[in-house]
Design a protein around this ligand. Structure first.
Ligand code: SF4
Ligand code: SF4
Length: 300
């Protein structure tokens, strides 16, 4: 399991879902907006580094841009003795090595930049160069709130180093909301592992339930508390609710299947900004999360 690196006095919430399009960005930006309006010191991190879109909902100027690099090995074929040590040390099969043909090369798509090959080489045949992985774009939303957008460079195979860097960059606020990448693979794990509490957003449909179960099982294996927001409530069936009841998973909020709401959102508007009622509902969601977090902490 990943070790948390966030500051001790920061409460962090990851908003996640087993698949894209269920409304996790909707929940993230509304929660962020409602709480920053309430005066909380809050940072929102768009961790969906392959397709970030939280910024679309805010009219804010870029405050800072930081490029994220990874050091990768470069093999000097003139100095290489073809001993194979770097190949043996690489845990990611990122060094192609055929000693009979005196062939060796780095497979950069697999390289994690761990540096093990550099340490392994006794012949000084390996040096390192910087590879650009992506960037973090920061936007100041108000005096004590900001949005951090992680964005990987096209063609980079893993978004993890960039999203981790963005989460690190967002330290310093009392509250961190992370809009997690969809799915349950490595980028999801690396995001939720830095959270105190995970909000899973789902739809009341068989597909929604299937993805929700997978997310819940993954979080249980990490030992993270979670609750569920049902989006498009009223659509589909009651199986998601039955599942939550059987598994004792808190239902944190329901967002109705509502065309006006969908139109507002698809037009880049945040309901919590347009409608006081929605602002209050998202503040209430935060209070519910804190209550459930408190209860789950006392049981651990
Ligand atoms: S830096 Fe690490 S992952 Fe990359 S080739 Fe070297 S040992 Fe393999
Ligand atoms: S450890 Fe160094 S010398 Fe040995 S094969 Fe790798 S690059 Fe060549």
């Amino acid at each position: 399991m990943c070790k948390k690196t966030k500051p001790e006095n920061q409460f962090s919430i990851a908003v996640a879902s087993g698949k894209g399009g269920t409304g996790k960005t909707f929940v993230s930006v509304n929660l962020f907006h409602a709480l920053q309006q309430k005066g909380l010191s809050i940072h929102l991190v768009d961790c969906d580094a392959e397709a970030p879109n939280d910024k679309m909902f805010f009219e804010a100027e870029l405050s800072a841009r930081k490029e994220i690099f990874q050091q990768v090995p470069v093999i000097d074929l003139q100095a290489c003795t073809f001993c194979g040590r770097c190949h043996e040390y690489c845990n990611y099969n990122a060094i192609f090595f055929v000693p009979e043909l005196r062939k060796i090369s780095v497979l950069y798509d697999f390289c994690h930049g761990c540096g093990a090959c550099l340490a392994a080489c006794r012949d000084g045949a390996i040096s390192e160069r910087d590879d650009l992985l992506g960037e973090i774009n920061s936007y100041s939303i108000s005096g004590n709130s900001a949005l951090f957008e992680s964005r990987t460079k096209v063609g980079v195979h893993s978004s993890v180093p960039v999203l981790k860097a963005a989460i690190h960059e967002a330290r310093g606020a009392e509250l961190l909301v992370m809009d997690a990448p969809p799915g349950t693979s490595c980028p999801f794990i690396q995001t939720v592992a830095r959270a105190d509490y995970v909000v899973l957003v789902t739809e009341p449909t068989p597909f929604g339930l299937s993805d929700l179960k997978q997310s819940v099982e993954t979080l249980a294996s990490i030992g993270l508390p979670c609750g569920v927001v049902v989006n498009k409530a009223g659509l589909g069936n009651r199986e998601v609710y039955q599942y939550l009841k059987e598994e004792h998973i808190p239902l944190l909020m329901e967002i109705p299947f509502d065309k006006a709401l969908a139109a507002m959102y698809s037009g880049g508007k945040i309901p919590a900004r347009e409608d006081l009622l929605w602002k209050e509902r998202f503040i209430e969601l935060y209070n519910t999360i804190k209550d459930h977090y408190g209860t789950s902490s006392s049981q651990r």
